[in-house]
Write a protein of this length. Structure first.
Length: 577
């Protein structure tokens, strides 16, 4: 189903074509909400610049070709040439009835795409820390949004599981003994394992020599070395899975596409770049010099795809990944959810892939960059001792703090229910505080602010959902049974209904812009509009049974949309709080 705004946009486009011909069929009606009507089209003024005519005259001509009598009760020209459109109450009610009958309505994708989302990307034998939070939850939310829109989504976790550090890690594992080392890794003591290996590498020359020799064996695919390497990857993957499960992330073991996955493709990737004349030798290394990238002195900036000693780096792996994702996975859109400091790296990789013909106008690769999480001192968020904050500790702290808040607000929940709700609120608060911010900007991490039940926070939205659920408990009715019929009379009913019908458009905007704060803003506005509706429009104590049934149906639509929208952000919606 199309929401009324989409239908009006189509009709306006047809009217513009009818009034001025096919040359103007691409004109955007620029429909927006208005204070004086349901929608306002700002189309005449842009056309006035192209046609050299007065905007009001053009608006009048558009209205002569506009047929919306089945949708609108009033259409008028306002100001210098705006077109105000007020919907019929029956138009709104009929559209909402479809929502109630089919659940949350999302537009069908045209065309349906295969979208690969590369996110999270922790390193083997290292614990996930606060720096992994943003990539993990942003990528997860985007994967949910694209899935909800009907696209085919391939989640890929590009873990760091290859390269020179594995020489020292494998040798350290051998020094500990495979059994003891495995036990240590199984307990999740990845950081300590890595630190101990690093200390030995830096202080013990014989250990460092063994580590370097082990790297050679690993690259040569020595069977015994690969077995030990696989053990490190396996234990690390088990740990990652526990973190994802606790945080409510959709990534699974099957989604892992580590650096090692692309290792067999590196040589062919380099060969193709060389044969196409894109790569050339510079100072004994094989490089690509993407057009438009220069250093401080204006010299061409190289992207090294084979080091002088013959090894490959991140750039080669990323190029091989694009090639494989396009040629084998048939991706239409590839999203890399990686911190903003990597912007230039990905821009150079994408430019190279375009030159190679792997990325075309039909296949897009996009860097979904993001800022840092800061402490109260506006510096990188760390523990009091100055260490990097473990991600699991961050989650546990949020849940513990939420448990105190929930116990104070509703002591009748009971211990088990309090802990369950605290988990939902704590994790939801973490995610919403991040996703509601402008993705590109840094933000200050503040438990008190994110766990507040007031303002634009996760707990506020969860509370709004729980409050709607309480209405149905008192009515002794399930939300799914509330079907109306709907009647839209009060202005608060109209505002809430129109907002509910714009949900699909919101998701399309998020998919296009990759700005999840748009969905957060939509949900916050939805919760606020519902609170206004609930305050001014009695539901269970409505004047008539028909009004009661209509308002229950409107409340059900709000609850369904709010819960679904929160789920797209990876946030649960408790029924009691």
């Amino acid at each position: 189903m199309q929401d009324p705004a989409a239908l009006l946009s189509e009709r306006l486009s047809l009217a513009i074509t009818g009034a001025f011909g096919a040359d103007f069929s691409d004109t955007d009606p620029m429909l927006r909400s208005s204070q004086h009507s349901d929608f306002q089209a700002n189309v005449a003024m842009p056309l006035a610049k192209r046609l050299g005519a007065k905007p009001r005259d053009l608006a009048t001509k558009i209205l002569e070709h506009l047929e919306v009598s089945d949708l609108c009760e009033k259409v008028e020209i306002a100001g210098p040439g705006f077109i105000n459109l007020s919907l019929k109450a029956t138009t709104i009610a009929n559209a909402l009835n479809q929502l109630l009958n089919h659940g949350v309505l999302t537009p069908n994708p045209v065309p349906k795409l295969t979208v690969i989302i590369d996110y999270s990307s922790p390193n083997v034998a290292k614990e996930m820390h606060v720096g992994h939070l943003r990539s993990t939850i942003i990528g997860d939310a985007l994967s949910r949004v694209f899935g909800a829109l009907g696209h085919t989504v391939l989640r890929q976790n590009h873990i760091g599981d290859w390269g020179t550090p594995f020489g020292m890690l494998i040798e350290h594992l051998l020094d500990l003994g495979e059994s003891q080392g495995t036990d240590l890794l199984s307990m999740g003591e990845l950081n300590q394992f890595y630190k101990d290996a690093r200390v030995k590498f830096d202080s013990d020359e014989s250990f460092a020599d063994r580590a370097r020799a082990r790297v050679v064996k690993l690259q040569a695919l020595d069977e015994a070395t690969l077995k030990l390497w696989s053990l490190l990857v396996e234990k690390s993957s088990e740990y990652f899975s526990r973190v994802y499960e606790k945080l409510g992330i959709l990534l699974t073991r099957a989604d892992i596409r580590g650096e090692s996955f692309y290792n067999p493709f590196l040589e062919d990737t380099v060969r193709e770049l060389t044969e196409k004349g894109i790569a050339r030798t510079d100072q004994d290394a094989l490089c690509v010099f993407p057009e438009g990238f220069v250093g401080r002195e204006g010299e061409p900036l190289p992207l090294i795809i084979r080091k002088k000693e013959g090894g490959y780096g991140y750039a080669t792996t990323d190029l091989a990944a694009i090639r494989q994702r396009v040629e084998t996975e048939h991706a239409d859109r590839i999203l890399y959810v990686v911190g903003s400091p990597q912007q230039q790296h990905f821009a150079m990789v994408f430019k190279t892939a375009e030159a190679a013909g792997w990325l075309t106008p039909e296949v897009a690769a996009e860097h979904v960059g993001f800022g840092q999480i800061l402490g109260a001192d506006k510096k990188m968020f760390k523990t009091r001792s100055g260490d990097t904050v473990r991600l699991i500790d961050l989650v546990d702290e949020a849940i513990a703090r939420a448990q105190v808040v929930v116990a104070e607000k509703n002591p009748e929940l009971g211990a088990d229910k309090t802990l369950e709700v605290a988990r939902q609120i704590g994790i939801g608060a973490l995610k919403y505080a991040d996703l509601s911010n402008d993705r590109i900007k840094d933000y200050v991490f503040d438990y008190d602010r994110m766990l507040s039940f007031e303002g634009n926070t996760g707990p506020y939205l969860q509370y709004a959902h729980a409050r709607i659920c309480s209405i149905f408990r008192r009515a002794e009715l399930s939300a799914s049974a509330a079907k109306g019929p709907l009647q839209i009379e009060a202005p608060q009913e109209r505002a809430l209904a129109l907002h509910l019908l714009s949900f699909g458009s919101c998701l399309q905007n998020v998919a296009q812009s990759l700005e999840l704060q748009r969905l957060c803003t939509y949900l916050y506005d939805l919760a606020t509009l519902f609170m206004g509706f609930y305050e001014h429009c009695p539901v269970l104590k409505a004047d008539t049974e028909q009004t009661r049934d209509s308002r229950l149906a409107l409340a059900a639509a709000a609850a369904t949309t709010l819960k679904f929208g929160l789920n797209l952000l990876g946030i649960e919606a408790p029924e009691r709080m």
